[in-house]
Design a protein around this ligand. Structure first.
Ligand SMILES: Nc1ncnc2c1ncn2[C@@H]1O[C@H](COP(=O)(O)OP(=O)(O)O)[C@@H](O)[C@H]1O
Ligand SMILES: [Mg+2]
Length: 219
């Protein structure tokens, strides 16, 4: 589903990513791990269509994404990928309901669809009783569950998460990892970026980065 070919990102003469070849099949749950500075977030941004590689290709369903126009890349980003970030990136002054509604407004979903999906994904993530709260007033774990619901409302093909448990305590982190496992069992493809070995082990396959290069891929 996702395939990178010699994906490279340079900042001046510094290589944040060096000739990265990886493949993620439909329905897979893959963790990308490695210590701080190894290029994980750089890879996350490029795979998500948020940042261009300096060199190399990103294929999605056989098509090289960065051959596309900006408009088509935005479409890929909005329709195919659900993003989850370490710092949640919710709009703090909006209600949880509104936060979940925004991606569907962007996608042009009608009111009925928006209501249905918000109900469905709020229930799934256990935040139905929080929809009227301001995002700012949720606990960390609740914020991340709201952010995951928001990532899912447009029913993306891939969930792309960069250190989703980085701001959470162990109990809440485990809850998030349980949720990811459940979502993957239901068929969504997940690419989890994490420096935590404990979280990486929850994925079905681990890819290790060191200084921008893939170092080993245990099977
Ligand atoms: N915009 C940038 N300009 C210069 N260097 C950058 C930039 N973004 C990231 N880097 C460098 O690239 C390397 C990889 O960063 P990153 O992908 O954020 O690593 P990780 O997420 O694994 O901690 C780091 O050494 C970082 O300092
Ligand atoms: Mg990072």
């Amino acid at each position: 589903m996702i395939k990178t070919e010699r994906l490279t990102k340079c900042y001046g003469d510094f290589f944040a990513l060096k000739y990265v070849d990886l493949e993620v099949g439909e329905g897979e749950y893959v963790a990308v791990t490695g210590r701080s500075g190894s290029g994980k977030s750089t890879l996350f941004h490029i795979i998500g269509g948020l940042d261009k590689p300096s060199y190399g290709r990103l294929y999605y369903k056989g098509k090289n994404i960065y051959d596309f126009s900006e408009k088509e890349i935005a479409k890929y980003r909005n329709n195919e990928i659900g993003f989850v970030f370490q710092a949640f990136h919710l709009e703090p002054s909006y209600t949880v309901y509104k936060n979940l509604e925004i991606p569907m407004l962007i996608a042009g979903a009608d009111k009925k669809t928006r209501e249905e999906k918000i109900k469905k994904y709020a229930e799934k993530l256990g935040i139905s009783d929080k929809l009227k709260n301001l995002a700012n007033n949720l606990s960390g774990g609740e914020k991340q569950r709201a952010a995951i619901a928001r990532a899912l409302v447009n029913e993306p093909k891939i969930l792309l998460a960069d250190e989703p448990c980085g701001n959470l305590d162990t109990a809440n982190a485990e809850k998030i990892m349980d949720i990811f496992e459940g979502l993957n069992n239901e068929g969504i493809t997940i690419l989890l970026i994490t420096h935590q070995e404990r979280d990486a082990k929850r994925a079905k396959r681990i890819i290790r980065l060191l200084d921008g290069e893939i170092v080993a891929e245990p099977t």
